[in-house]
Ligand binder design. Structure first.
Ligand SMILES: Nc1ncnc2c1ncn2[C@@H]1O[C@H](COP(=O)(O)OP(=O)(O)OP(=O)(O)O)[C@@H](O)[C@H]1O
Length: 253
């Protein structure tokens, strides 16, 4: 077990946005979080990253309650790529990625060779090496997103949390990013909308509806015609792809 949510409740005003959510994310695996707009995916990810505190229930990291960790310790091990991440406009790509190393540095230690190696590897893995000296404000939306992923990788996290990371990416970079995330050794939790991507790349899925988990399991267990109709209100035909051994969902026209 790496991250565990234990009966989480989070409210805004009188509205219960996260309503008794419990699950465990398996160490080193990619857990996809699905659900219609407004079902609570972003709110759940923010609770898991420690950016919000639950009104009840607990988030556990390796068996210890998240709220008992120092902020710096959380920053050393949990990386969160937010949906609408912003960054100071005066920085270069390399500077943004270097920010990922900060939680690991002390007041006394200078920039080390290990920091350089980690930053270079993160730029390489996200295809941003050639743009390392470009100004942040000159990047396209997709390049900004890839730079945020590079910063998260430079953080060398144990847990990686991603909120719709393929937004803004062209199809090549969507596939590259999903391949990368699914091949990483850390525990990853990713909200996403594309059900075929979820089927292809995630080890397990959670489906949220109105703040509750309404299905959980492998893509084969979760992505049924019935669920797609009940939760997403779409008619779909689901089959094992002849091109890869994962499910493929055909939506009715
Ligand atoms: N700060 C806030 N103020 C008011 N309402 C909020 C706030 N944060 C979340 N909500 C409400 O909580 C519900 C869940 O929002 P959330 O962003 O978690 O959903 P989501 O599943 O990530 O949606 P989407 O797929 O559209 O990104 C929505 O109805 C939203 O309006």
């Amino acid at each position: 077990m790496s991250i565990k949510a234990d009966n989480l409740i989070w409210k805004i005003g009188t509205k219960t946005v996260i309503d008794g959510v419990s699950f465990e994310a398996e160490q080193g695996k990619l857990l996809g979080v699905l659900g219609p707009n407004g079902s609570g995916k972003t709110s759940l990810l923010r609770l898991l990253a420690g950016l919000k505190r639950p009104h009840a229930g607990r988030v556990m990291l390796d068996g210890q309650e998240l709220s008992t960790f120092r902020r710096r310790t959380i920053a050393q091990r949990v990386a969160f790529i937010e949906q609408h991440a912003t960054t100071n406009a005066n920085l270069k790509v390399i500077d943004v990625v270097k920010l990922g190393r900060f939680p690991h540095r002390s007041m006394l230690s200078g920039w080390t060779r290990e920091d350089d190696t980690t930053v270079n590897a993160a730029l390489e893995r996200t295809g941003m090496s050639a743009k390392r000296n470009d100004a942040w404000h000159s990047l396209s939306g997709g390049e900004k997103q890839r730079t945020h992923v590079a910063r998260a990788l430079a953080q060398s996290p144990k847990e990686l949390i991603l909120d719709e990371p393929t937004n803004h990416l062209d199809v090549q970079h969507q596939v590259n990013l999903l391949r990368l995330v699914s091949s990483l050794p850390m525990t990853s939790i990713m909200a996403l909308h594309d059900l075929n991507h979820a089927a292809m790349y995630c080890d397990r899925l959670l489906v949220m509806q109105a703040g509750k988990i309404v299905a959980a399991g492998t893509p084969e267990e979760v992505l049924t015609q019935r669920l797609l109709s009940d939760v997403f209100a779409v008619d779909a035909h689901i089959e094992t792809s002849p091109h890869h051994d994962r499910l493929h969902i055909h939506f009715a026209r």
